[in-house]
Write a protein that binds this ligand. Structure first.
Ligand SMILES: CC(=O)N[C@@H](CC(=O)O)C(=O)O
Ligand SMILES: [Zn+2]
Length: 318
């Protein structure tokens, strides 16, 4: 067997966090993290420190997405360096606190890896969210998790995009993993959804442990859905929605949407079709939290990503 080139050696991944409650009404992650705060045996692995953490405790208490603004949008330099004032938004304060514990973002001191647990009201199944297409470690992890879960599917959403990328909570770490499992309504826990989320974390942590133990991961490829465009609901001049997601598109996350396929339906029965000229793969279809973000679904395109062979540069002392 060919060995990994020494250039492909990566630092071991020892400091890991699992975030829940970034959105306080997405309860699978909230319950799992609260459970692991009481008893973390399930998430501990050899040679690693795995820290469960509730990122937005006030939103969790209120069972709301957020108090003042979306925590998962404020990890950019402006917000992270904003001067503290009395009327500072709660989530901005929280972001700075999270950045001081798990970051600073972009520095050597930052945590190696953060998993951030989310639920969606969309029928997306067990989805992994990738932020950086050049992050070979995370691509290798996703390849491992997909294989471990198969034949169940585990789509990967790539949010690397010049205008559409947003500044997530998990982005304070060197490697960030979004875990998005649905469908689950806000303020509700479903056993199947919570269990699917738990499995992803198990396999993700197993991968990191194997990597740290010196196992070499040969080059691999995965199919990902790359974010391409957001699509808003049709609205009137007052900004109110005047059509809703068509039943042919509802629950069809990751399924091909072809030119001419129905997308929206209005109350008079008029159908609005997809007027693009190539097939796209919609996701976050009819996500409840995105009405305020003026987003009915996002269009993605399928792309294949390849990761180099990777190996940890320092072996665990046995
Ligand atoms: C429904 C939902 O909250 N989705 C997440 C996606 C992510 O974590 O990247 C968000 O908008 O922040
Ligand atoms: Zn969320």
């Amino acid at each position: 067997m060919a060995f990994c080139h020494v250039d492909h050696e990566l630092a071991p991944v020892r400091r890991v966090a699992i975030f829940g409650g970034t959105h306080g009404n997405e309860l699978s992650g909230v319950l799992l993290v609260k459970h692991w705060l009481e008893n973390s045996a399930e998430i501990q692995r050899v040679g690693m420190v795995v820290k469960p953490f509730l990122t937005n405790p006030r939103a969790v208490q209120k069972c709301a997405r957020y108090i003042d603004c979306d925590l998962n949008r404020v990890f950019d330099t402006e917000h992270l360096s904003e001067q503290e004032t009395e009327d500072m938004l709660y989530e901005v304060k929280r972001a700075q606190k999270i950045n001081s514990i798990f970051g600073p973002k972009g520095s050597d001191d930052a945590f190696d890896l953060i998993f951030d647990l989310h639920n969606t009201t969309s029928n997306m199944g067990s989805t992994l969210i990738l932020e950086d297409l050049n992050d070979d470690f995370t691509v290798q992890m996703f390849h491992y998790i997909k294989l471990a879960l198969s034949p169940a599917s585990c789509p990967v959403l790539l949010i690397d995009h010049s205008n559409l990328k947003y500044a997530t909570t998990r982005s304070v770490a060197k490697h960030s993993v979004g875990v998005e499992v649905g469908p689950q309504s806000h303020g509700v826990v479903r056993a199947d959804i919570l269990d699917n989320m738990r499995r992803i974390i198990k396999h993700g942590l197993d991968f990191v442990e194997l990597f740290n133990s010196g196992k070499e991961f040969p080059p691999c490829s995965i199919e990902v859905y790359k974010i391409q465009e957001k699509v808003d609901y049709p609205r009137n001049e007052a900004g109110e929605i005047v059509a809703f997601v068509h039943h042919h598109l509802q629950d069809q996350d990751w399924q091909a949407l072809k030119p001419g396929d129905p997308v929206f339906l209005d109350l008079d029965g008029n159908v609005i079709v997809y007027d693009g000229d190539y097939t796209v793969y919609p996701t976050f279809v009819n996500e409840a939290a995105y009405y305020e973000k003026k987003q009915a679904f996002i269009k993605t395109v399928k792309v294949t990503l390849t990761a180099k062979c990777i190996r940890s540069s320092v072996l665990n002392q046995e």
